[in-house]
Design a protein around this ligand. Sequence first.
Ligand code: CP
Length: 318
Amino acid sequence: MNDLRHLMSPMDFSTEELENLFDVAVDIENNMSKYAHMCDDKILATCFYEPSTRTRLSFETAMLRLGGKVIGFADASNSSASKGESVADTIRVISCFADICAMRHPKEGAPMVAADHSLIPVINAGDGGHQHPTQTLTDLLTIRNLHGNLHNFTIGLCGDLKFGRTVHSLINALSRYTGITFIFISPNELRIPDYITDMLKHKNIPYREVIRLEDVMPELDFLYMTRVQKERFFNEEDYIRLKDFYILDKAKIQLAKENMYVLHPLPRVNEISVEIDNDKRAAYFKQVQNGLYVRMALILTLLDMTKSHINHNLLKEY
Ligand code: CP
């Protein structure tokens, strides 16, 4: 399998490939029934060594909506990892059963180890505080749908910018588009890592770091809220001190543009008040829905059912 392709980082796809992927995702949203049998003979394995609601269930729904089947585990304690089996051996075993695997792991780089030993495409469904590329694809598709394209806007990223892997993946991915200004909103303890600001400096991409959300709210086209990542803290006291540092409520959103959008990878804890859910600027549940379409498109892409192949060969019989 020389042409085996994995997804470890959103940068694994060129911007042109991402456009194709998003076009497929939009087509799936509008014409779901066309895709209902494309993976009739395919099996997805979901290997989740860390808790998940959206990512695992949207992957599983994606494969089921494509006509395929799903196997896997949602908890490492129910797998032979609990007996000491390595990720490398696990993926060799999964390769005997499934056609594609989505893996989440608390250790950074574990899905990359799996990809190195795999006979099937491996998708990084989140590795420690490192990357979460399919959340990024979801975020990019949502921004593209709301803004019309992925250029020329100001995005504020707010909350736990130190441990939040969705933030790290998204900034990397957006750094390839033009006219984007980043505003990082966090307490000092949860600042964006230096390797990301170094990358932005290197590429001459404008960014600012601030502590108060209110100070920058009127400038934003998108506000990407994040929860404080309890599971990555070494010290419970620090978590308790920082967890409610930002709460987006009606008073704060009144400072925003009428056409600003609020995104959040979810799960939410307290950082967005439920009173915001009915505001027309709240886009986070639509973001979840987009995650299904983009994961369907991703499965088709990694199984080498490219857009032209889908259009010209597979769709003709539906
Ligand atoms: N956004 C996200 O990764 O959610 P889950 O942890 O529920 O999969």
